[in-house]
Design a protein around this ligand. Structure first.
Ligand code: DX5
Ligand code: ZN
Length: 217
């Protein structure tokens, strides 16, 4: 599978969002990653629907929505209406993960399921028959700019193995602390979709930073 680089807007300059989106697209990212936090599932509140309604018009690449919110099924229709191309929710936040996957698919968009660093890979195994992406968090979700947790590499390998067993087309995304030091290890462990926030947006030269990341993986 080709490597996908998804730029997390959490790390960008919010006072210039349309410009920041264009900057990321011009730098060659494949997707825009939109981190929704509710202050309940994670200890931070980021942004939600009204902001995507405004800035969504500026995004020309696929929008990768990462819901770090309780009871995600309640919000699927809203994000589908706002043009999400893929919606990822947390296994830990859903009473019935299969119902969330089915709801996302009923809107004709791709479904991702995510696990926090402390959640075992076995938790998501039953859903590999239907998801389009697995997101293994490589930091504890809630904040950008955190340090990558090395123990997650083993989980990525486990997920890679399980995905390969299914022979389905499932992307393996990683999110948190992705940079030039970690990207190679993540790729070796089986990741094919890299979220980058701080590394890309805070780089002096974003096109060069994205290019270097792609060269490593
Ligand atoms: C963390 C978010 C990430 C975050 C990644 O909870 O889900 O998408 O923005 O940021 P960096 O790349 O700075 O670790
Ligand atoms: Zn994210």
């Amino acid at each position: 599978m080709d490597i996908i680089v998804s730029a997390s807007l959490l790390a960008c300059d919010f006072s210039n969002l349309a410009f920041e989106i264009k900057r990321a697209e011009d730098a060659g990212v494949d997707w825009i990653h939109y981190d929704v936090m509710d202050g309940m599932f994670v200890r931070n509140i980021s942004f939600g629907e009204p902001l995507l309604k405004s800035v969504g018009k500026s995004i020309t690449v696929p929008v990768d929505v990462h819901l770090m919110i309780c009871d995600p099924i309640r919000y699927i229709d809203n994000y589908a209406d706002l043009g999400a191309d893929i919606i990822t929710f947390h296994y830990e936040a859903a009473d019935d993960p299969q119902a969330v996957i089915d709801k996302i698919h009923s809107r004709g968009i791709k479904a991702g399921i995510s696990i926090k660093p402390a959640t075992p890979v076995s938790a998501i195994q039953p859903f590999l028959k239907s998801v389009d992406m697995v997101l293994v968090m490589t930091v504890n979700p809630g904040f950008g700019g955190q340090k990558f947790i090395p123990d997650t590499l083993e989980k990525i390998s486990e997920v890679r193995y399980l995905i390969d067993q299914t022979e389905r087309d499932i992307r393996l995304q990683v999110d948190g602390g992705v940079n030039l030091e970690t990207a190679g290890l993540l790729k070796e462990s089986g990741a094919d979709t890299l979220v980058t926030g701080t590394y890309a947006f805070k780089a002096n030269d974003m096109p060069e930073a994205v290019k270097l990341l792609r060269e490593i993986v």
